[in-house]
Design a protein around this ligand. Sequence first.
Ligand code: GLU
Length: 296
Amino acid sequence: MVPASRSNPVPTYRFAPSPTGRLHLGHALSALLNEAAARQNNGRFLLRIEDIDQGRSTEENVAGILQDLRWLGLQWEEPVRQQSRHMADYGDALARLQHQGLVYPAFLSRGEVREQITVAEASGLKWPRDPDGVPLYPTAERFLTDAVRTAKMAEPHAWRLNMDAALQVAGALTWTETGAGPGGETGTIRADPAAWGDIVIARKEIPTSYNLAVVVDDALQGITTVLRGRDLFHATSVQRLLQVLLGLPEPVYHHHRLILDEGGRKLSKSIGSQSLNALRQAGMSPTDIRHILGIG
Ligand code: GLU
């Protein structure tokens, strides 16, 4: 594997928000740390809008995010990469995994998955869960006969990675962590993609998934250091796996602390964490935001 520093000699950082709401303090920390790292290393600071989820992303939020970042005093290189405009790139990557026979069409609905788990757990089996606590997808569809699979292909289907087959191809994987994981993990980290089971590569309604789009874009944008919140530390395992399967360069990873609310929960759009926009309207300045974040 070519180290990122050799495949791209220019230190390149990115901030990659999803426009499913306005930015909060956790996003501000990520964006400011990325821009500062780029500046200190004479590198580049890029922006990527992760809007593959067209049901939840809006152009209004994209505009709001740009406004929030400008208010913080950030400058990034143009053009901004907006994922929804590059579906063909993710389609190419999916096709390569299909060609290697590492993905299979997955037909089960959420309800059907839940039902299988309920039945299994009622008989005393403990169903495995991923690092986010979500039950792993059942693997039976790996083994459908060609005839059955072909007959079902007209139905809506996602594409999932056959994790066992993928691990056989990729072998043991590590990454270099210059920040820290939730348990203080740092240095050379052994990746554990198997903990995620047969991950989704392309969803039923979109020809990609978060993990596929992120590794394709980190490679296309020449990202040398992925600097982001610690909540994505464990996802790095599957991103390293996809990089190896697709022959993409390996960035260095740096996961930073999370900003928690008063209840000790991670800030998120879904629990209505106070947005930068609301803080600005309440009279706060970008300097106040830096102070709150402890990066004066
Ligand atoms: N779009 C993701 C988010 O907003 C970040 C992805 C990444 O940094 O890898 O949580």
